[in-house]
Design a protein around this ligand. Structure first.
Ligand code: CIR
Length: 279
């Protein structure tokens, strides 16, 4: 199979990223202990990832790392940007809520032409890592971090798109096991949780969606921007990477490594907020 992805909704001018604080290895949240994070290596992998995004003609906006928020490199979680709006989330993990306040201030300070919308009621929680946006609809993971009130808050912020709640049966976020490669193409793993998410997405959407299935969940998180795909390469996930290479052979592909941040449940999309400022 060969899919050439029409990536038109995935055109970006700016990306917000954050440095990695020294507190990450000892204090970042994690589902289980899968070994210590090597901070220097994590920073080198992250720099490589940011360089990949920059190489696509995207202007990088850097947030300073804050030691009191060890997970702050995962900038995807405190804000959801689409259609000219920046929806500031209420992260599911209480210790990460200061990140949302900082993100709001940072976006205000950039002067970017974005309508800032605050989440939400005190019952609502939502992490950007649960939010899969295809360009025409949202699929939102109902996970340990995102609840039904959070899904409703997103729907209120984006009445112009359908928003579908998808139960995430295991793992951290919906995007821990899937990502969008094009309006009608979702890359997804094959764990029981992935299979369940795929079924729910198929049942919820009114469009015809294509799914590219990978043997592992982690490499299903890829970043598509400006006609290119940044993905985890053969070094970490040889089988999955070779499927990506074959299926997306017509796309520019940039393989990167994500060994260190993966130890604290970080995947590729979570380290940037992609923004399209139309001129
Ligand atoms: C957390 O548990 O919140 C962080 N250690 C990892 C967050 C990853 N975020 C993402 O994939 N969007």
């Amino acid at each position: 199979m060969s899919l050439s992805s029409s990536s038109s909704p995935f055109v970006y001018t700016h990306a917000i990223v954050s440095g990695i604080p020294s507190s990450l290895p000892s204090e970042a949240l994690r589902i289980e202990d899968v070994g210590a994070v090597d901070l220097a290596h994590a920073r080198a992998e992250h720099a490589n990832y940011v360089a990949a995004i920059e190489s696509l003609g995207i202007k990088i906006l850097r947030l300073d790392p804050e030691e009191d928020t060890p997970d702050c490199v995962f900038v995807e979680d405190p804000v959801i940007v689409a259609n000219g709006k920046a929806f500031i989330t209420r992260p599911g993990a209480k210790v990460r809520r200061p990140e949302a306040r900082r993100m709001k201030k940072f976006i205000e300070s950039t002067g970017l032409d974005l309508q800032i919308i605050d989440c939400c009621s005190s019952e609502a929680t939502i992490d950007g890592g649960d939010v899969l946006f295809t360009g025409r609809e949202f699929f939102v993971g109902l996970s340990t971090r995102t609840n039904a009130e959070g899904v409703s808050a997103l729907q209120d912020a984006f009445p112009e798109y359908p928003v579908h709640g998808i139960s995430v049966d295991a793992g951290l976020h919906l995007k821990t096991l899937s990502s969008v490669a094009a309006e009608d193409v979702i890359i997804i793993g094959t764990s029981a949780a992935s299979k369940s998410a795929k079924k729910q997405i198929q049942a919820a959407t009114k469009y015809s969606m294509n799914f590219v299935e990978l043997p592992k969940d982690a490499p299903a998180n890829v970043l598509v921007a400006n006609g290119a795909m940044v993905h985890v390469g053969r070094e970490e996930h040889p089988e999955s990477a070779s499927i990506i290479e074959e299926v997306f052979q017509e796309m520019q592909r940039i393989p990167v490594t994500n060994k260190e941040l993966a130890r604290v449940d970080g995947s590729l999309t979570c380290c940037s907020v992609l923004i399209n400022i139309r001129s």
